[in-house]
Ligand binder design. Structure first.
Ligand code: NAD
Length: 476
């Protein structure tokens, strides 16, 4: 039911017959090993780099029209194989099958969208000052990209980077998460089977710091795209600066949700609670700080808590399960520390607040109230199924509180006033704002943060531009 894990370098699958140094991949629902993951040696990384050089020369010379055909074929294969890939994803990551399936299908849509958009990376002609001159602005692929992706969306996050980079004509060395490698292996297999030339896309695993330090020291790598935590993002940006390499940093968030008194509190609770507990809250744009205007606080809290209490925890492959385990034991430790801190500061645990069962990394959907703004859960990214819900009085007050942290990834607001909708959309310091909407992540729209949540966008035309250099040619 799981898959054979391997590295993919220069068009060849390398698993070393199970004898290579590496690590075991665990099922977070059972804590039992699923398979052994081989690590890339330094020599493997150098092979991947040489392959990427060869792949880049070939791929950049391939027309956008022909590149699109291969990308679209890969997306079709992902759709054809979605059931098997989704089951692998559930086993290694823990999310429910329904969520895994949506991730795989959306990832195929992302690849399709980039396939088309790559054909529209136009330049422009700027009129020259002197007669007979031509001034051309053209785009070129940045070159070889090193991409690093985390364990919470093992298919979707790599899909964004692969889609953008390949559509732009770049070659890629992807280091996907060692904790959730299988579904990504299967996605890369779709590209291989779609006829992607050897070397254009290479997949490696290893000790993250060793892989990134090795690759980022190479001149041939011209761009780094990273999704993960803020401390690691800062570290990789510093390494990239040494070689003046371009970066896209999609880092953590701590998304405020503002529910104004003129909104329907129960409708808002239904929408945002379902979004909150998706993937057990391990989502960078997950709503994580709930500010509710006093008049509607009680109604919102009751409805939201009812939703949390109604979730059915269990192995994501079982029918009827609506929330899976946390992806790893580190998240359980983190949830325990958030709840302990909230309690010690006078917070009330309305529901949840402890582990669930005695096997697997399950943690109860949790709601806490009366936590001060400087408590841990209100200031550090929770990345789990915990929701602090507090009150506010005025627009200016809530904007100040929402903007008080160094995060700026996503934010949400609910109101029936068009004036308030426009004002909150403008006032929040965030890369994405959903007003009466949670649809802040689609293939065709830009996705990325401000402040310490990172820089650059993935998705939309901005996500393609992230892999293109601009060149100016002045012809006399
Ligand atoms: P972590 O900081 O150890 O790792 C985060 C990610 O970075 C992992 O995928 C890891 O493999 C990778 N990584 C770590 N060191 C690296 C290095 N030197 N070079 C390249 N890659 C490296 O934390 P964690 O325990 O895996 O996750 C905890 C926190 O990370 C969460 O609380 C959340 O804030 C953040 N996170 C964010 C996202 C996101 O989508 N933005 C995804 C996963 C984790």
């Amino acid at each position: 039911m799981y898959t054979d894990l391997a590295l993919y370098i220069d068009g060849k699958w390398i698993n070393g017959g199970g004898n290579r140094k590496g690590e075991d991949v665990l099922n977070p629902a059972t804590e039992k090993p699923l398979a052994h993951l081989p690590h890339a040696s330094k020599a493997d990384l150098d092979d991947a780099l040489e392959a990427a050089k060869k792949g880049f020369a070939l791929w950049r010379a391939t027309s956008a029209y022909d590149r699109a055909k291969i990308l679209r074929k890969a997306a079709d294969l992902m759709r054809e194989r979605h059931d098997a890939i989704s089951k692998i994803l559930v086993q290694e990551q823990g999310k429910t099958y329904v969520e895994a399936r949506a991730e795989v299908i959306t990832s195929a849509d992302i690849i399709d969208w980039y396939a088309e958009e790559g054909r529209r990376s136009y330049g422009r002609i700027v009129p020259g000052r002197a007669k007979g001159t031509r001034q051309l602005v053209v785009t070129e692929p940045v070159g070889i990209v090193a991409a690093f992706t985390p364990w919470n969306f093992p298919v979707l996050t790599p899909a964004r980077k692969i889609g953008g980079a390949l559509a732009a004509g770049c070659a890629l060395i992807l280091k996907a998460s060692e904790e959730t490698p299988g579904a990504c292996v299967e996605m890369v297999r779709c590209f291989a089977d779609a006829g992607l030339p050897a070397g254009v896309l290479n997949l490696v695993f290893g000790v993250p710091s060793e892989v990134s330090e090795h690759l980022l020291a190479k001149d041939a790598v011209r761009k780094i795209s990273f999704t993960g935590s803020i401390p690691v993002g800062k570290h990789l940006t510093a390494l990239a600066a040494k070689g003046m390499k371009r970066t896209t940093m999609e880092l953590g968030g701590h998304s405020p949700v503002v529910v104004f008194a003129d909104a329907d509190p129960e409708k808002a609770a239904d929408t945002i609670a379902a979004f909150k507990y998706r993937n057990a809250g391990q989502v960078c744009i997950s709503p994580t700080r709930f500010y509710v205007q006093e008049d509607v606080y009680k109604k919102f809290l009751t409805r939201f808590t009812d939703y949390a209490r109604g979730l059915k925890l269990g192995d994501g492959l079982e029918k009827g399960i609506t929330m899976g385990p946390m992806a790893n034991s580190r998240r359980i430790d983190a949830m325990e520390s958030f709840v302990a801190d909230a309690k010690s500061r006078g917070g009330t645990v309305v529901t949840g607040g402890k582990r669930h069962g005695n096997q697997g990394y399950f943690y109860e959907p949790t709601v806490v109230t009366e936590v001060p703004d400087d408590s841990k859960v209100m200031t550090e990214e929770p990345f789990g199924p915990i929701a602090p819900v507090v009150t506010f009085k005025t627009f200016d007050e809530v904007v100040e509180r929402a903007n008080s942290l160094q995060f700026g990834l996503a934010a949400y607001a609910f109101t029936t006033s068009t004036a308030t909708a426009a004002a909150i959309g403008d006032a929040i310091e965030s890369g994405m704002v959903g007003v009466n909407s949670i649809a802040v992540s689609t293939p065709e729209t830009p996705f990325g943060g401000v402040k310490e949540s990172g820089h650059g966008s993935e998705g939309g035309i901005e996500g393609l531009g992230a892999y293109l250099n601009t060149k100016f040619i002045s012809q006399g």
